[in-house]
Every structure is written in C-alpha cells, then in structure tokens.
Design a protein around this ligand. Structure first.
Ligand SMILES: NC(=O)c1ccc[n+]([C@@H]2O[C@H](COP(=O)([O-])OP(=O)(O)OC[C@H]3O[C@@H](n4cnc5c(N)ncnc54)[C@H](O)[C@@H]3O)[C@@H](O)[C@H]2O)c1
Length: 262
C-alpha cells in the first residue's frame, strides 16, 4: 500500500516489535520521519532499520504510563522534528496466563499495571501531543485498541476494560479536537501474529489452542502486523481526511458476529 506522507512526522509508541514496529516501518516507507518510542532500549533497533531506508528517525525511550516521561518525550520529538503530525498510541500490555482470574480473584496490582499502560498511557500521550497539534492546526491520532475492547473475553478484566476505554476516550477527543483540524480514530486488531502470540497461541506444540482461537475468525487466519499497519497508513493519510471518531476493526470478521450456528 502506498500513501504520501512526505514531510510528515510520526511518533509510534511501543514500536520495538510487533504491531508497533510494523506501523513505524510502514509510515517510514511512505515518507514520514518517525520517532520510535518504547520502554525497552531495544527500540533502537527499529530506528536502525528505518534509517537504513534513508528516513529520519530517533529513539525516545519512555514508559507511557508515566506522565512526566511522556511530557519530556513529546517535547524532545517536537524539538527534534518541529512537531508531530501522526501520533500512534500502540504500546500495550495484557494479563498473562496465571494472572488471568475471575473478578473475585483479580489482583489490584494487575488491574493497575494494565490500566496504567493501556489506558493511562494513551491519555498521557494524547494530552502531551494535543497542544502542539492545536498550535499547528492539524494532526491525526491513531489509538490501538483490540477486538477485546468491543467484545470482551472472560478473565481479562483489566485489558478488556482498558481497550473499551480507549474507544470512548478516542471518540471524546475526536469531538474536542475536530474544530482544530485534528482527527482521532481507533484500530481494533483481532488476533495478530507477533512473537508474543506465536509463543502463546500459534505454537505447533499447542495446535488445539490455535484451532480454538481461529474458530472465532471467519477469515480463518490471524492478522499479520502488516495488516494492521495498512489500516494505520490509511488513517494517517489525507485519503481518510473525513474520518474521525471511528473504530476500524481489523479482525478477519471476529466482531461481525458468530462463526457457528446453534
Ligand atoms: N497481537 C495481538 O494479537 C493484538 C490484538 C489486539 C490488539 N493488540 C494491541 O496492539 C498493540 C501492540 O501489540 P503487540 O502484540 O504488537 O505487542 P508486543 O508485546 O509485541 O509489543 C508491545 C511493545 O510495547 C512496549 N511497551 C510495553 N509497555 C510499554 C510502556 N509502558 N511504554 C512504552 N512501551 C511499552 C513493549 O516493550 C513492546 O515493545 C497493543 O496495544 C495490543 O494490546 C494486539
């Protein structure tokens, strides 16, 4: 997919690997300079790959759950590149197997851990980037939610709540920022093949787990990170200039309805 992002500046959070990295590489391949954020120092590797393509990139290590780190990160990105045109809030964590509990046993620490990254992180980044976008009278914000924010699953209370929160948060800021020429939209990925999900679900030793997960997906396969990146490219580009406050599921049909009759 090709769009024209020449002269634009993007910041992608959690872009060390997985979906965030695919989005950062796709934005760069279409002409945008890209500030790569991650809490982990290996985010620098994504920067190296972008620079190999002759595109400007910097690594901004910060924990999006910490508002002061985010404020400084946005200030550095704006100083380095003159402003942010495209903000992609991708950084996210989910509850791992043993911590997946029903409401009676769900730990407060796990609730706070997930909410602080997946929802507070989006708030911190949008709040820090909005004034610069308002001053420059334009920008586009893309928040990565999940099908779990639309159709929840059991025992992932914090994740499903945070991802649902991201959807209405985004609609709220779309309303507030539209008069300033700033758009805000959500991508809701379905099950996406990353290093993490490959180890957890799409592992040949656990064939039945993959089969059970795939039974929710009418198209019968997980997304690739590039499938999600294509949606991000569209929402970043001027071709989507009339779209704001929208939720775009990229889920192989997961949220369209039931895959089986009864
Ligand atoms: N993979 C899927 O199946 C799937 C499905 C639906 C939604 N999503 C969402 O897509 C996004 C990316 O998922 P992924 O599977 O590529 O994840 P991933 O675990 O592969 O990568 C997430 C990245 O975010 C970084 N990160 C974590 N906490 C951070 C923090 N506090 N500050 C900055 N960076 C931080 C991690 O270091 C990592 O590099 C997440 O928001 C996730 O919830 C993923």
């Amino acid at each position: 997919m090709k769009v024209d992002l020449q002269g634009k500046v993007a910041l992608v959070t959690g872009a060390r690997m997985g979906i965030g990295k695919a989005i950062a590489l796709a934005l760069a391949a279409n002409g945008a300079a890209v500030a790569v954020n991650d809490v982990h120092p290996d985010g620098e590797q994504t920067v190296g790959e972008i620079r190999e393509g002759g595109v400007r990139s910097v690594f901004l290590q910060a924990d999006v759950s910490r508002s002061e780190e985010v404020r400084q990160m946005i200030a550095v990105a704006e100083r380095e590149f003159g402003g942010i045109d495209i903000l992609v809030n991708n950084a996210g964590v989910n509850t791992a197997g043993p911590d997946r509990r029903t409401i009676e046993q769900f730990s407060e620490a796990e609730w706070r851990r997930v909410l602080s990254v997946d929802l507070d992180g989006v708030f911190h980044c949008c709040r820090a980037a909005a004034p610069g976008m308002v001053a420059r009278r334009g920008g586009t914000i893309i928040n990565i939610s999940s099908v779990m924010g639309m159709v929840p699953a059991r025992m992932q209370l914090a994740y499903t709540s945070a991802k649902a929160g991201v959807i209405n948060f985004t609609r709220s800021i779309a309303l507030e920022l539209a008069p300033h020429g700033i758009r805000a939209n959500v991508i809701a990925p379905g099950s996406t093949l990353t290093a993490g999900t490959r180890a957890l679900f799409y592992n040949p030793e656990q064939q039945s787990l993959a089969e059970s997960l795939l039974s929710f997906i009418p198209l019968g396969r997980p997304a690739t990170p590039e499938d999600i990146a294509h949606a991000a490219l569209f929402l970043a580009a001027s071709e989507s200039s009339y779209i704001t406050g929208a939720v775009l599921p990229v889920d192989g049909g997961w949220t369209a309805g039931f895959t089986r009759n009864w």
